[in-house]
Design a protein around this ligand. Structure first.
Ligand code: ARG
Length: 481
């Protein structure tokens, strides 16, 4: 039987069911390397400040290294009786080096320790999400460049609206993902704060040096209020919020992949490697990957609401409810990373059916705005022009003709300003090229946008490398310094 650290005050040991109900080791074990890294930093700081000796510190650090290797080799026994990853590791430490191991927990509590672990974990997760987002942006810009001059119907209300460049359509997603990247970057600054030293809730009587630990672990700042530090999880809420927005963007993109691969649209073909067949209907090729990407937004939104709900109404400071923060965070982290990763594999395997897009444009009514704009250029007020073209559309429908099939004489029946040059504006490519306003779909604008996004991408990548270089990632680097 495991002797709990608090056994001194207790007469009975915990009920078996209580142990099962309260343990978090089954899921917080993913934090092991952050827990060990945090403990190493803490232990070295204790020695720097003369709270423990340097010999004791190196004994503890050495043993923590061995524990990390035991875990990674699968030799470590994760006994739920230890409740959580912090106690499991500390117990093993004391088992290995005896009483000296018991000195590690001086001037800290699991309350600041768990918060530190989560922040260390989230730093890594955020950087890896950003890396994947940047890769998605890179692939999308390459695709966009390939398809700048391919035109497809642009939609509003899922009805044909105006012709647009396929490159422009793809670059719209780059804008979304670029903002996602910025949100995660911003979230990182609030995650990257050291809470260790806040101890249980009120700080500690020991002469610790939080700034030292912060520098060692690559944190930008230390928390200013110990009570806030042990009970704050809004950095995690923020992470879940950023993730929810990214999941929403992924879901919208996925929906277009599903829609566009349908027989009705037929705008793209997805590689067989990213589809599945039906067990009963031999003709089927289902876009399951895209569907799941769309569907996974559900659990990611759910995780955000879960944590917000756990936090609401909690009195200061630490409450055990806070243990419920981990599963939503872990689930969101792995779901978002997996979705982004699979997207980077799927996107290059898409072939766009630009012939189908062109075909659909031919029978569409997407040039109606061009007719109205033509009249405006001849001095007709826009509202009047809009009304006139509405009548022309009605006439064309009734006489079974396409807009482009109407003669100048027919058009002149509706407005005398129509002349021979109207033919020039009734062309999809011309319609796209003329939309040269900032952010418009004109081919020249799309090319400019691609260049700008690429320039930004280089800066974003440098920023990411900069952040990575400031934080210790591998345990090996930390101990062998
Ligand atoms: N497993 C706990 C959690 O995840 C660690 C902190 C426990 N602190 C305590 N005072 N019981 O929140």
């Amino acid at each position: 039987m495991v002797i709990k650290p608090w056994q001194g005050r207790f007469e009975k040991s915990a009920h078996r069911e209580v142990e099962k109900y309260t343990e978090s080791l089954s899921f917080d074990r993913v934090l092991y390397k952050y827990d060990i890294l945090g403990s190493i930093a803490h232990c070295k700081m204790l020695a720097e400040c003369g709270i423990i000796s340097h010999e004791e510190a190196s004994e503890i650090v050495g043993a923590l290294g061995e524990i990390q290797r035991e875990i990674e080799r699968g030799e470590f026994v994760f006994d739920p009786a230890f409740e959580d990853i912090h106690m499991a590791i500390e117990h093993r430490l004391i088992q290995k080096i005896g009483d000296v191991g018991g000195k590690l927990h001086t001037a800290r509590s699991r309350n600041d320790q768990v918060c530190l672990d989560l922040r260390l974990y989230l730093r890594d997760v955020i950087l890896s999400i950003r890396e994947h987002i940047l890769e998605v942006i890179r692939i999308l810009t390459d695709l966009a460049e390939k398809h700048v001059e391919d035109v497809l119907p642009g939609y509003t209300h899922l009805q044909h609206a105006q012709p647009v460049s396929l490159g422009h359509h793809l670059m719209a997603y780059c804008e979304m993902f670029a903002r996602d990247d910025e949100r995660f970057r911003d979230c990182f600054t609030r995650v990257n704060v050291l809470p260790l030293g806040s101890a249980a809730l009120a700080g500690t009587t020991f002469p610790i040096d939080m700034e030292w630990t912060a520098r060692y672990l690559g944190f930008d700042r230390v928390t200013r209020n110990s009570m806030d530090a042990v009970s704050d999880r809004d950095f995690a809420v923020e992470f879940l919020g950023c993730s929810a927005i990214t999941a929403m963007h992924l879901s919208r993109l996925a929906e277009e992949l599903v829609l566009w691969s349908s027989s009705e649209f037929g705008f793209l073909e997805m590689s067989d490697a990213f589809c599945t067949g039906s067990s009963i209907m031999p003709q089927k090729k289902n876009p399951d990957v895209a569907e799941l990407m769309r569907g996974k937004a559900g659990r990611i939104y759910g995780n955000l609401v879960t944590l917000l709900t756990v936090l609401k109404g909690l009195p200061l400071t630490y409450n055990r409810d806070l243990q419920e923060d981990k599963e939503p965070v872990f689930d969101t982290a792995s779901t978002i990373i997996n979705s982004l990763r699979i997207l980077t594999m799927l996107l290059p395997e898409i072939s766009f059916r630009t012939d189908r897009m062109a075909k659909v444009l031919e029978d569409g009514w997407l040039l109606a705005t061009e007719l109205a704009d033509y009249l405006v250029c001849k001095g007709v007020p826009f509202r009047k022009a809009h009304h006139t073209v509405g009548q022309i559309v009605k006439y064309a429908i009734e006489s079974g003709k396409k807009l482009t099939g109407l003669s100048v004489e027919e058009l002149r029946k509706f407005h005398k300003s129509f002349e021979e040059d109207v033919k020039e504006v009734m062309d999809v490519k011309a319609a796209v090229s003329r939309r040269t306003s900032i952010g418009g779909t004109a081919f020249s604008r799309v090319r400019e946008a691609i260049e700008e996004v690429r320039r930004e991408l280089t800066i974003r990548k440098e920023d990411l490398i900069g952040l990575r270089s400031k934080i210790p990632s591998e345990w090996g680097e930390v101990v062998n310094e």
